[in-house]
Design a protein around this ligand. Sequence first.
Ligand code: BES
Ligand code: MN
Ligand code: ZN
Length: 519
Amino acid sequence: MKTMLRYSAAVGLLLVAFVAQADYLQTQNLFSATPPAEADTVVVLVPLSTDSSPAAPAVGSAETVAQFQRAVEAQAFTGALGEQFEVLAPAGMNAKRLIALGVGDGAALQRADAESVGAALALHLATRPSSTVAVNTGLLPQNDSHSALVAAVAHGADLANYRFDRYKSAPEPRPAQTYHWLVSDPQAAEARYAQLRALAEGVFTARELTNLPGSDGYPAAFADHVRQRLEPLGITITVLTPKQILQEGMEALYGVSRGSQHGSHLLIAQWRGSKDAPIALVGKGITFDSGGYNLKLDAESLLAMTGDKAGAAAVAGTLEALARQRAPVNVVGIMPLSQNAVSGTAQLPGDVVTSASGITIEIANTDAEGRLVLADGIWYAREKFKPRVIADIATLTGSKVRALGRDYAAVFSTDDALVDSVTQAGELTRERVWRLPLGPYEKIIESTVADIRNTGSPGAQAGAVFLQQFAGDTPWVHVDMAGNGRYDATSKPPLTGATGYGVRLLTEWVTLYANSTAE
Ligand code: BES
Ligand code: MN
Ligand code: ZN
């Protein structure tokens, strides 16, 4: 289906239909206690061994095992995490190829490491395709987490098999192998995999939305894509038009799109998996950030700003993942969408806007637009949903990138427990966060003409204390994910474009938070 469709501007409608049914993966994952009758490739997951050579896997007869051992020795293979080799399958094994994959210290194996093992396998098989792959997991410790770890390996492979190929006239075939995961408790592994598959689908949605070029992912189009993908899952979608945004008094959100033919939209998605007060997620959706009159002057930075909708994309993906998991949580996603363009109608440096909360804002710099749309997004969440907590996520500041690079996002909150839960979710998923302080920075956004201004120094703190004004007394946490949303310029296909950062972090966090605060 997918390869038959070619994109063209004339088939916009068809494109929407195609997004709705996008099947990002063509691989299959089966979990069983016995090996398939035939497999093209056998993979053995090998932990670091305490004795001189890794323990013998149950790969066949004594003779086959001996041959495997000789291969291990010939390759000087230790089983360190990420180590791998491929050889011709030993005689007696009903397969053509044998791959050994190191998983490091088996007893200490974490979910994120297991995922990286899966990614390594998928990348290996992408260059040397295989039709049926039997994965022997018998050398991993057979403890309580065994099934979950095998599911995590499969999840890691899934995440590495996404391709952004909708603009290729002749896309390369996507990986299409069938994996047979050999486990002692297939039902447990499969159940865990189903949860992770739901999560992966959310990640793919976030990547796809973030990757959309500015001219195709404009506010109304972004909202349409999300509606097509989320509504069939039982998520309620509401979209406010520019006119409705003004009627609600959301001038800060409205103003960012004033220079664009594509007016601001407010996209609201709700998954009601429980009757509790909602958890609100607010994501920055700047569908393209030119900087406005404070135009971005560096070509590379400007080009990267198609990805300035990654916060909103992460929120959409999180809602999708939770809905697909049928998670027993009430979550509302608020996605303020604008295009920050330059024209005769664009807002000007020095303009003052009144946000829906009543706080007046001096626009000292039109390039500090994310906090403007989020100000009204956070207000809307509080006003209309009375949430028990608000988390916002945004590609907000260059200052954050300079401070933490892309290995960590920055997290801000006055609520220590909230920071702890986000940090814990970050460690689990390895979408890590590092706390930066809000105080004593409250005064850096003081304005001489309005209540506050949209700039200040240090930059990441200025963005955070600005947003804090709009959260009021609702527990609130801010995640500045600038730099985390895209693979950097040096990374090579298939690891290019959007990462989908935030979906795994927020999905895990919502679950943790809902459990920790359950009545
Ligand atoms: N979207 C940018 C921040 C950004 C920078 C995201 C690099 C990802 C990578 C944001 O809208 C922006 O332009 N921020 C400015 C604000 C400044 C003008 C006060 C910044 O941080 O430089
Ligand atoms: Mn900007
Ligand atoms: Zn921006």
